[in-house]
Design a protein around this ligand. Structure first.
Ligand code: NAG
Ligand code: NAG
Ligand code: NAG
Ligand code: NAG
Length: 256
């Protein structure tokens, strides 16, 4: 009986960690609305800083390239007619994995920003998806939102060829809202939605959280393909009581 008690006590106090993982990986953190950044007096000027940060789910901590250290990035809410500037800092550093071949994964630390849904110029310093923001550099995006711009719920994300997929599924991205103009809304609609009655709105950004292979499209494989720094990969972590690496353990269907 004492043995059983001790066993229960030991099981309860067992710490799940990177080197001593617990099955299954539960997740289960409470829902959190993204960080909110609003324009004021006709403009929104904001610093968006890209760097590698820890992101933790249950006992699993992964290294991800994130905007302003959050997953997903901040929600930007602007109005038609606003000036919307992002002072973008790419704090990622050399070495980068460069490849001259087209449409081959690479450049994990090179990036840019692209918006979805905005009707704006594709010339610099607006939304030119061919802009290159190399490691340890900055770029000041200056988006002009026309006064007749349609309201809507949009998206921003990186679009540099070679790293766009890797950076997107890693957590770089966020919601971009062009707010409804109250005068153009029916009373019924205005009474249940933003900008006048935002208490009825809940913002949900759907973003996959991949940590290993997933039939050859998962994050671990992309990390290998783009030559991500070895120390950021879960196959870098060896377990205490097994010959598997953490990556292998997470991929093992017995542990799901
Ligand atoms: C990030 O996570 C690693 C592994 O769990 C940990 O060793 C490190 O201290 C964390 N760093 C920060 C800044 O929290
Ligand atoms: C990043 O750039 C700054 C300014 O150009 C420079 O002073 C610094 O040495 C660079 N840092 C690294 C780690 O390359
Ligand atoms: C990318 O930037 C991070 C953060 O500065 C750095 O640790 C890493 O070595 C760089 N290169 C690669 C290929 O990940
Ligand atoms: C983890 O990565 C670091 C940095 O590249 C390397 O020195 C170390 O040997 C790696 N450890 C394992 C277990 O792969």
């Amino acid at each position: 009986f004492l043995c059983l008690l001790l066993l229960v006590a030991w099981t309860n106090s067992q710490q799940c960690s990177h080197t001593s993982p617990c099955s299954p990986l539960k997740g289960g953190q409470p829902f959190q609305e993204p960080q909110q950044i609003h324009s004021a007096n006709g403009q929104l000027i904001h610093d968006l800083i890209l760097d590698v940060h820890n992101f933790t789910l249950d006992w699993l901590t992964v290294k991800r390239r994130l905007y302003n250290a959050i997953f997903p990035g901040p929600t930007y809410t602007i109005k038609a007619g606003d000036k919307f500037h992002l002072n973008f800092v790419n704090n990622l550093q050399e070495p980068d994995f460069r490849t001259s071949e087209e449409n081959i994964f690479g450049f994990p630390n090179t990036t840019n920003i692209h918006t979805h849904g905005l009707h704006i110029s594709s010339k610099e310093p607006q939304d030119n998806p061919f802009v290159v923001v190399p490691p340890n550099s900055t770029y000041n995006y200056k988006f002009d939102i026309k006064s007749d711009h349609p309201s809507g719920t949009y998206w921003y994300h990186p679009h540099f060829h070679g790293s766009t997929h890797f950076q997107n599924i890693g957590g770089m991205g966020g919601m971009l809202i062009v707010e409804d103009a109250p005068a153009s809304m029916s009373m019924e609609l205005a009474s249940v939605s933003c900008p006048g009655n935002c208490q009825h709105d809940v913002q949900i950004v759907l973003q996959t959280f991949q940590y290993t292979h997933d039939e050859d499209s998962g994050f671990a494989m992309l990390q290998r393909d783009v030559h991500d720094y070895e120390g950021f990969r879960l196959n870098n972590i060896t377990l205490e009581s097994s010959t598997q690496t953490l990556e292998e353990w997470l991929e093992d269907s017995n542990n799901n």
